[in-house]
Design a protein around this ligand. Structure first.
Ligand SMILES: [Zn+2]
Length: 469
């Protein structure tokens, strides 16, 4: 019999140490830590048998703006006679950002997090920048909206790094934009104080590896350099992770060149702001020299291909940065789609279309080396980026994992030698059946326990938000 302190699972295959293993059970203690893997017949009998299933480590989504789930499907038409772009999309996003109440923020975040869990994501880096009341006044509790997001994560069961975003201005030589009032904290002292308050609150209310706080200076565009330096110095002093939008749009590069005579990553390098704790989100329009600086500093790049293709941002030179040794992780960003394995395959596919070549990101000619690299980006590199405890199935780490149905139409017929490639390149969400965070089941047979209620409340919020339709 199983001891009361232990639970175990025996699928057909478990993915660990870079490959699938058969005839092995995974055991975790009541705190949700993996205690051991065993092939002993006695142990195999003790574990819950999961026939036609494989277990893989939970995916880590390093970059989400949960509230943007509310604009899904509302921005895919032309808005006027001129060409649509990132900047016209942004107007629709601002409409949502300025209409959501604290309760709406909670409901929309729950919706996004339930979908993340159902797609195998067990930890998220939430780049949170809607802080204030409409018009820009601080709430009595300046972290009210961040708390709503943290509570949404707790209610749904996803781990969260709340990356508290600093935003101070519309941009270089740009007049203040009233649509950004909810994001803006004019003084860095206030930003640091509010961030410290949120850290204290999070430490009090949540288990340390369920929710924690990092910082996210929004972008070079949104912050004067002194604000950027002070906020990053403060985060480093406290051992927090640092995320920042970097080189997403050509206009941002031009503004940075105009203001500082340098490109964004060059500027970050010059002021010694890069580091192993830094993840640059997007990094699309970067030079070889900038890639060199990212590699030297051991920074990571958070690529968001499903959003980048949706917004018309461009194609990140992932082959160049991978060759230089900059690790990639993935984010669902605008949440136009929540499917991290789609992000993984698109990183490669975009390059194929551009270069008229195949298997561009494969590190070598070994079987499954491309799928392994992309999957490691979606798991371990993501965990390193946001400071999450998961990332791989290893003794002592949390039992954060998802199961896939080996008979699902999207991957049926794959053997252990081709299963990872099938999952990464062809797996559909229908293949993902069960999801566990810290050994606790949050998705059962493709559904979340709160799913009906979450969908109903989200739909109500959407009707109100878009009622002029
Ligand atoms: Zn973003």
């Amino acid at each position: 019999m199983l001891t009361a302190e232990e639970q175990g699972w025996l699928p057909d295959f478990i993915f660990r140490e870079g490959r699938f293993h058969g005839g092995v059970a995974l055991f975790a203690d009541t705190s949700g830590r993996i205690t051991r893997f065993s092939s002993e017949p006695d142990d195999l009998r003790k574990a819950s048998r999961l026939p036609n299933r494989a277990i893989l480590p939970g995916l880590v989504n390093v970059h989400s703006h949960a509230f943007q789930r509310a604009i899904r499907g509302r921005t895919e038409e032309r808005t006027g006679t001129s060409r649509d772009s990132f900047w016209t999309w942004r107007e629709a996003m601002y409409h949502a950002a300025n209409s959501l109440s604290p309760d709406d923020i909670y409901e929309v975040a729950r919706m996004a997090f339930v979908e993340m869990l159902a797609s195998g994501i067990t930890a998220v880096g939430e780049f949170h920048y809607v802080h204030h009341a409409p018009g820009g006044a601080f709430y009595d509790n300046p972290n009210l909206l961040a708390e709503q997001v943290l509570q949404a994560a707790q209610a749904t069961g996803i781990r969260i790094a709340l990356l508290r975003t600093a935003y101070a201005r519309a941009g270089w030589r740009k007049d203040p934009n009233p649509s950004q009032a909810r994001f803006i904290t004019p003084r860095v002292e206030d930003f640091i104080r509010h961030t410290d308050d949120l850290r204290a609150l999070t430490a009090n209310r949540f288990a340390p590896d369920a929710a924690w706080v990092g910082i996210a200076p929004h972008s070079i565009r949104a912050l004067p350099v002194e604000y950027l330096r002070e906020s990053i110095a403060c985060a480093r002093g406290r051992g927090m992770k640092i995320h920042m939008h970097v080189s997403e749009q050509p206009a941002e590069i031009q503004a940075c060149l105009g203001e500082y005579g340098m490109r964004p990553v060059e500027l970050l390098h010059r002021y010694e702001l890069l580091g192993g704790d830094f993840t640059g989100i997007h990094a699309i329009h970067i030079t070889d020299e900038e890639i060199y600086h990212l590699a030297q500093s051991r920074a990571r790049i958070g690529a968001c291909p499903t959003t980048e293709r949706n917004l018309g941002d461009g194609i990140g030179p992932a082959d160049k940065w991978s060759e230089a040794g900059v690790p990639t992780c993935f984010g669902s960003d605008s949440n136009i789609q929540i499917d991290l394995l789609e992000d993984a395959r698109q990183l490669e596919y975009h390059l194929r279309l551009e270069r008229i070549e195949r298997a561009i990101l494969a590190p070598d000619a070994q079987p499954e080396s491309l799928a392994r690299r992309l999957f490691e980006s979606a798991t371990q590199t993501g965990a390193d980026s946001i400071g999450a405890p998961g990332g791989s199935l290893t003794e002592g780490r949390p039992a954060d994992f998802f199961t896939i149905d080996l008979n699902d139409l999207s991957i049926a017929g794959a053997g252990p030698e081709s299963l990872l490639t099938n999952v990464v390149f062809s797996g559909s969400r229908t293949a993902i059946r069960d999801v566990y965070v810290a050994g606790r089941q949050v998705i059962q047979d493709g559904r979340h326990a709160l799913q009906d209620e979450v969908v109903q409340k989200f739909s109500r919020t959407q009707r109100r938000l878009w009622e002029r339709e």
